[in-house]
Design a protein around this ligand. Structure first.
Ligand code: HEC
Length: 127
């Protein structure tokens, strides 16, 4: 091979390597949010009332492994819009008797994380 051809070869190989490197990075990036992302704010903002002792409204959030249990689970995997754990935080209650307005508890960013955590099915990963 002559030098210019070698150079062209090396250059194109480098470009190929670099672009495939970027693609690899995308593939390796997890496409779900795991428990460690939502744990800090769920624990500090929700479990205080929904703990073993009080379990406000009959809801106990102290044990994440139970969120999906029962006929009316708190979390329906991959479906935040039908998961009470999420909807209670975004739907303004129709009846004003509710003790705690849950729509004021989480920041917009936390709501997005909560939604993504349920919708991407990263549920038990990291727990
Ligand atoms: C200040 C105490 C308090 C905090 C903090 C709190 N809750 Fe509640 N939660 C209640 C009470 C009381 C009820 C039952 C009465 C009602 O529906 O408001 C309830 C009810 C619920 C219900 C059942 C709703 C329904 O429609 O049946 C869910 C789900 C829930 N909370 C999730 C959460 C989540 C998620 C958080 C954190 C963002 C949270 N709660 C923080 C007091 C609290």
């Amino acid at each position: 091979m002559s030098f210019p051809i070698k150079l062209a070869f090396i250059l194109s190989a480098t470009v190929l390597l670099l672009t495939s490197g970027v693609n690899l990075a995308n593939i390796c990036e997890p496409d779900y949010l795991d428990w460690t992302v939502v744990e800090p704010f769920l624990t500090s903002k929700c479990v205080i009332c929904h703990d073993d002792d009080w379990a406000a409204g009959g809801v106990n959030m102290a044990h994440p492994e139970t969120y999906t249990a029962g006929d009316e689970p708190l979390v329906r995997l991959y479906d935040a819009d039908s998961s009470p754990l999420y909807t209670v935080c975004v739907d303004v209650p129709e009846v004003s008797l509710r003790g705690a307005d849950h729509t004021l508890m989480l920041t917009a960013e936390e709501l997005t994380l909560l939604r993504e955590w349920i919708d991407t099915g990263g549920y038990f990963i990291g727990y």
